[in-house]
Design a protein around this ligand. Sequence first.
Ligand SMILES: [Zn+2]
Ligand SMILES: [Zn+2]
Length: 382
Amino acid sequence: MPDKRDYYDVLGVSKDAGDKEVKSAYRKLAMKYHPDRSDAPDAEERFKEISEAYAVLSDPQKRRQYDQFGHSGISGQYSQEDLFRGVDFEDLLRGFGGGGSIFDMFFGGGGGSRGPSRGRDLRFDLDLSLEEAASGHETTIQVPRSENCPTCNGSGARPGTNPASCGNCHGSGHITRAQQTPFGQMISSTTCPKCGGRGQIITSPCEDCNGSGRVRRVRRINVKIPAGVESGQHLKLRGQGEAGPVGSGGSAPSGDLYVFVNVRPHPVFRRIDDDLLQESHVSITQAALGTDLEVPTLDGRAKIKVPPGTQSGTVFRLRGKGMPSLHGGTGDMHVKLNLRTPTNLTSRQRQLLEELAREFGEQKQGKSFIDKIVDEVKGAVQ
Ligand SMILES: [Zn+2]
Ligand SMILES: [Zn+2]
């Protein structure tokens, strides 16, 4: 997990920005990253990040706390709910997409629109190579899920027959009881045990789904992964999850399908944000004399001019040869050069290197450099 980013950086405003500036910065970013408007896999994450930054910086007390103590001043003081209390996101986001649903995002449902009467969400894990992540990837995934039974159209009743209204609950699916208590009349509502909340009784069940109205199917679904995607990011395919439960008055909406991306490690390139890193080797003569070096890239090969006198560990940058960014632009490729020390020398190579060593003053009159030092140490001791 990367460290939590500075709230001012998140909104792109200065430390002394006024309320108006903070608000307009938030609105601009929210417009870009609202999950209802953006298809970017990290849109939801970004949106949460900017909304949290706004919640803190738009509240004078929270902002003071943050200025003084940083993130720890906020997390130690406020719960998630406290953090967003008093921020009217609906008003802020009026005019561009369902502002109401953003609370579901922060607090995992309970906002009303995602009650129990909705099919379950599904998760699918998709493995990609780095090359596929770089170019973007379109594929068909096979998702096992529950769907409306096509034979009975989800009613559960054999075609040609009709389900009967449940007599126990009069078709409502729940039973309401009024009880007199010392505190007055208490009304309680429970799911009808006879029809299980459907409001209907199947007298002759559909043979394909045994009256449940649901069948399991492996559905082939086309997904388009945008170029630059990273491990851990996900796409949300609305309504592609499990079918909603059969209830009184028809079916509830289906859940969503989340496609989580995992990018496999690459044998040569290592990814750091939108940049790629690789290591390459040159011989000592190539490093000393300079050379043209060919290195692999995502789309073929590239040439690096290694100048004479290049040191081991030097990093060369190939601009625009990294990963495409989800938000536009492309990262760079960094090539780190390592020196390869020659081994298994032929006698001729050895002779030349010894000659070179003598030329560098490392070896004299057949006596090795080490021998020379040993002699000098001996002399000093005597
Ligand atoms: Zn059926
Ligand atoms: Zn009933």
